[in-house]
Design a protein around this ligand. Sequence first.
Ligand code: SF4
Length: 527
Amino acid sequence: MRAEGRQTVRRVLCVFPRYTSSFGTFEYSYPLTDGVQAFMPPQGLLLIAAYMPENWEVRFIDENIRQATPNDFLWAEAVLVSGMHIQRTQMNDICFRAHSYDLPVAIGGPSVSSCPDYYPAFDYLHIGELGDATDQLIDILEKDTSRPDRQVVLKTADRLDMTKFPIPAYELAEIPRYFLGSIQYSSGCPYQCEFCDIPGLYGRNPRLKTPEQITAELDKLLACGIMGSVYFVDDNFIGNRKAALDLLPHLVAWQKKTGYVLRLSCEATLNIAKRPEILELMREAWFGTIFCGIETPDPVALKAMKKDHNMMVPIMEAIETLNRFGMEVVSGIILGLDTDKPETGQHLLEFVETSQIPLLTINLLQALPQTPLWDRLKKEGRLNEDEGRDSNVDFLLPYDDVVKSWRRAMGSAYVPEKLLERFEYQIRNTYPNRIKPPIGAMLTWKSIRLGLVMLRNIFWKVGVLGDYKRAFWKFALRRLARGEIEYLISGIMVAHHLINFARDASGGQTNASYYSLKLQDAAVPAE
Ligand code: SF4
């Protein structure tokens, strides 16, 4: 449900900031695609764009695709920005540029909601989710688009029921330019892992859309040109297990109706392995990948960070269970925990080998404001404000040793031969457990053309010009011999980014924490 039309018509420019390079941005793989330039359509800003009064004009720009131009700013009467901590520098830069045109600028989203102090220059801070603060902002902009004398803070006390959320304004975004589609069913997570700000920001009782909203959003994503995969950005897809069970039959029906043109993926806690009834439906709905915050294979560390739920099923058994339902596991890993020992890095590499997980996002611990970890470290005097460091945590082990161990882990886990062997394992042991959708609807001229373009790029840019040719051809020739073209494309799309990103990481050219402010200028460029 969007806000009702207003008497005064406004022109609002929504600008999404560039990402700083990370595991999940995949920018090294964009040249292998047919024109992809950004990772996922930003749910939050597209939602706000859709919520603007129906007679207001809204323009959306994702600066991962192109920069907002002087003409955009000259057109606008107000600017809205949203993003995560990792985009902090870029968000402040957008504010600076908009102010040079004397435009009022509002910021919303997860970063400002947990750290308002990061954004002193913005005119309006929108703290919290879509709700009464959004309505107040619209009221203010309707009356007056001059910049206020001092910063105005608007806090959502009354959140809009998610069943009343409008469909994000996907039509304003260039959907075919995104690596993945994105969609959100729920918000919040019932657990309280020490380092995580989700329960504090979005609550422990997940709020939900209806299954009908989700299938309508999928329809719209398709109509806007998404191809390939759609990622559920929910903090925890099984935060409310009953809700997941309610949704899945609708997803299965939608896949059958549309011919399985989109593969699905999500984030969920590892204890999903205890729920075969959910996993079976996910298999039928064609979920191919599941991100689990495993964080560490060390049970003592899991207990200390209050992530005991990861141990409801032994970790290796849980991974094997998910693989048995056709789902490849992606794992979040944290180094720099208080429980880490000098040999933790080596244990991590052993875990990578045993689990055969291809993609692990290995980050250094960072204390986020509004988390129990932040409160504890503050009390212990272990928060380090030096922005030149890779983490704001004073580790118990020497800082240099922890960073070195992270670099070593990155350098070793993503050696091309080892990474492609882990994909080989998935191809043999996980992918055969997936359903085999009818190929009819998938084989359109558009999808065939896309596959051919990607193959040409892969063979030329990796197989001929690349610098891990030996490992590539060993992997590629096996795929060709077995007619596994789809796995050749999907494996190399992910591997190429990881190999290059890990080289930057082990060479000290990226941050060791996703959230660190260091090197944020090295953002993914808009082409
Ligand atoms: S399970 Fe995941 S989303 Fe939930 S509190 Fe823990 S880290 Fe955060």
